[in-house]
Ligand binder design. Structure first.
Ligand SMILES: [Fe+2]
Length: 350
């Protein structure tokens, strides 16, 4: 059962309010921003392509061109068309398996973590389907993780039948230790935009259906292969309920070989201190920029404050590493260019 504390705590309000000001959007604004801009990005190349074809047809500059230039032009237009069809309809159905090892001196034996973030279920456009999640679960079960983590954005906008059907699949993950935190899309995000659902409904459903336990400003002690691990989780920063102090209150950290913190938003590192002794923060939220390129970076504005944290592993000071998943699906648009959806198979090892 979800604790009421998860949704009613408001610790460190001044800090969080200052860094994450509460700016509720009206449903109308949201529709304009997410739906219109999203669809514009989805179909922008087609608009350009057909516009270009219209101009060419009108001006007929090709009548005096050589056959080779005409063929090359046709091939380029056709290639862009096929590439974009792949980007919006085919690519989202597949995910990458991102395996990595994180070195640590403190564990007696290696520990395997399977991580999924940003599932964005409930809308087929954003690349989360029952078929895709089944494939991911098969991969995760073959990996035989010691800990399974789902780090927020379980749904996109609507906690509907499709979202329930997709999320129910998570019950098939064979792992004794299944934990999660919720993301901005799961609750306050929706409430702020005039939807009825709250994260409470989603968390209750997922906890009951899949036995994944959500941690909100709470910790869980795990005995895994002679290691004493502390797993902590905080609510999404957007709801301003996250509290590191509350999470580690009365915890004797010297008892543990390794401390992991789950947070949907990587910006939680703003509230971490060295004295918190967290070894690893796992997060998502950024979708690696979703449309992003090496050197140039993300083309769309990132939802997190720390713009350089797109994906992968970062040393964020002290002994703390931050790991950001690219996420299992998308938001706002069908499109990912320069980034991929993924699941993460992390091995903590000497
Ligand atoms: Fe997300």
């Amino acid at each position: 059962m979800i604790s009421d504390e998860l949704l009613s705590l408001r610790a460190n309000p001044s800090d969080i309010e200052e860094l994450y000001p509460h700016k509720p959007l009206s449903r109308r604004n949201h529709v304009l921003k997410a739906q219109v801009i999203g669809r514009f990005i989805d179909y922008f190349p087609f608009v350009v392509l057909f516009g270009l074809l219209g101009i060419l047809w009108d001006l007929r500059p090709f009548e005096d061109m050589s056959i080779y230039i005409k063929l090359a032009g046709t091939a380029i237009i056709f290639a862009v068309f096929v590439w974009w069809i792949y980007i919006i309809f085919i690519k989202p159905q597949f995910f990458k398996i991102n395996s990595l090892h994180i070195k640590t001196e403190t564990l007696k034996n290696p520990v395997k973590i399977a991580l999924m973030t940003d599932l964005h279920t409930g809308d087929k456009r954003f690349g989360s389907s029952v078929k895709k999640i089944k494939k991911a679960i098969e991969t995760i079960n073959n990996y035989m993780p010691d800990i399974f983590i789902v780090a927020g954005d379980l749904v996109d906008e609507n906690f509907n039948e499709l979202a329930m059907e997709t999320l129910s699949e998570l019950k098939k993950i064979n792992c004794k230790n299944k934990f999660g935190v919720y993301g901005n899309h799961d609750g306050f995000h929706m409430k702020n935009r005039g939807y009825k659902e709250s994260p409470r409904d989603i968390i209750k459903f997922v906890e009951k259906e899949t036995k994944i336990k959500f941690l909100g400003n709470k910790t869980k002690e795990l005995e895994i292969k002679n290691n004493n691990i502390l797993l902590a989780g905080v609510p999404d920063l957007g709801g301003r309920l996250a509290s590191i102090d509350k999470t580690f209150e009365d915890i004797d950290k010297s008892k543990y070989n390794y401390i992991i913190l789950m947070s949907h938003n990587p910006d939680i590192i703003d509230f971490l201190h060295e004295s918190d002794e967290v070894d690893l923060v796992v997060a998502g939220h950024s979708h690696a920029g979703q449309i992003a390129f090496p050197i140039i970076g993300a083309l769309l504005p990132l939802p997190s404050k720390h713009k350089r944290y797109l994906k992968g592993l970062f040393d964020v000071g002290g002994k703390t590493n931050l790991f950001l998943s690219q996420g299992f699906a998308h938001a706002s648009t069908r499109v990912r260019v320069g980034t991929n959806t993924e699941i993460n198979l992390i091995t903590l090892t000497k």
